[in-house]
Design a protein around this ligand. Structure first.
Ligand code: SF4
Length: 365
């Protein structure tokens, strides 16, 4: 079987090179070339003799993701539709911040969770991504930055693109560990976020991994009835189970848990719901932070964004309840920035051999 080189760690690559009759250090050289240097193919691993490059290209081939489409927003957000060698497509979004760049990484092609507000869930889950395919998204963004902003690299990754990362648990944890490797991308665990729809048993398992990553739980409602309407997964793991798992994560890692809350006009943004949210999170005793997210309209879906006044009132009430709370800055509203939107728009278009630059969608809604 062909080894999955892009999902291998330095020691596994050492073993691979040893099997090929090479000194083990050649494996580390390959890992560094793959992720620190971001080489395009074996031919570019110039620390190796040419004969070894040729031999390994036959023995253990791998292929980079290619870009099918790119959208750039005036606010600096860049979104790519990437295709892997088997044709599977995912979206990756680069976001500029004061501190540098974060990348919103996809963990699955599509998603099985079926959240009613999400474009990624509309076609279901097509397949899991490998750890290497998640790393590829970061490598791609770093390659882009090398030209767009020389010296800059992705310094934070958020597993918040398409897919439920904890539904692809093994590959997700492997990705986190490999992204942290100092000879590769060298990302701090503290600068990685795993976003989940609330798979309670997997949250506990992640807490036990000993990785100080941030956990973000998509909450979006503070009562089971509304949450089940918005997120069918709430039937399997209702709020009580999710909150217990989140509290376990907080106790075990001492990493404050972020609760994502999409603000949907007239649906979950009333004062009563803000107070309900406070009551739900208070038992975490300082271990909760609420991230209010302005709704980014998806053409196929009926929801509307909260008014600025309703959003401000909701924020005030949660803060007044003693819960840390902020409103997320809106990024890329003009470029289909909600997860899954670009892939779905592209699905009706024919594939291209090169880069497609798509004009911005005209206004929200
Ligand atoms: S919001 Fe996340 S978990 Fe829910 S369907 Fe979309 S990608 Fe899946």
């Amino acid at each position: 079987m062909t080894p999955d080189v892009l999902s291998a760690g330095p020691q596994e690559l050492e073993a691979l090179l040893e099997e090929a009759g090479q000194p083990r250090f050649r494996g580390r050289q390959l890992f560094r070339a793959l992720w620190r240097e971001g080489v395009a193919d074996y031919a570019a691993v110039t620390v190796w003799p040419k004969a070894l490059r040729t031999a390994m290209a036959q023995r253990a081939p791998w292929g980079r993701a290619r870009c099918l489409a790119e959208q750039r927003s005036p606010d600096g957000t860049v979104k790519w539709l990437l295709a892997f060698p088997d044709g599977a497509r995912v979206e990756t979004v680069l976001l500029p911040h004061d501190y540098g760049y974060s990348l919103c990484v996809s963990s699955q092609v599509g998603c099985a969770m079926g959240c009613t507000f999400c474009a990624s869930g509309l076609s279901g889950r097509l397949r899991n991504l490998t750890a290497g395919e998640m790393l590829e998204q970061v490598r791609f963004a770093n390659t882009y930055l090398a030209e767009a902003d020389p010296g800059a690299r992705v310094s934070r990754v958020d597993l918040m693109g398409s897919g439920e990362p904890l539904d692809n648990y093994t590959a997700t944890v492997r990705f986190l560990r490999l992204a942290h490797e100092p000879e590769g991308l060298g990302l701090s665990y503290r600068h990685m976020t795993v976003s989940t729809s609330g798979l309670a048993p997997r949250i506990r398992r992640l807490a036990d991994e000993g990785l100080p990553v941030t956990l973000a739980v998509s909450l979006h409602a503070a009562d089971d009835e509304l949450r089940t309407r918005l997120m069918p997964v709430n039937q399997a793991y209702p709020l009580e189970a999710v909150m217990e798992a989140a509290a376990y994560y907080w106790r075990r890692t001492r990493r404050r848990v972020t609760f994502e809350y999409l603000l949907l006009r007239g649906l979950n943004d009333t004062p009563a719901q803000a107070r309900q949210l406070v009551a739900l999170l208070r038992p975490l005793d300082g271990g909760a932070h609420v991230n209010l997210i302005p709704w980014n309209p998806v053409p196929e879906l009926p929801w509307q964004a909260s008014t600025p006044a309703a959003a401000a009132r909701f924020l005030d009430l949660v803060q007044a309840g003693g819960i840390s709370c902020t409103i997320r800055k809106e990024f890329g509203r003009d470029i289909d920035a909600a997860c899954g939107q670009l892939r779905r728009r592209e699905e009706g278009m024919r594939d291209s051999q090169g880069l497609w630059v798509i004009p911005p969608r005209p206004g929200p809604g």
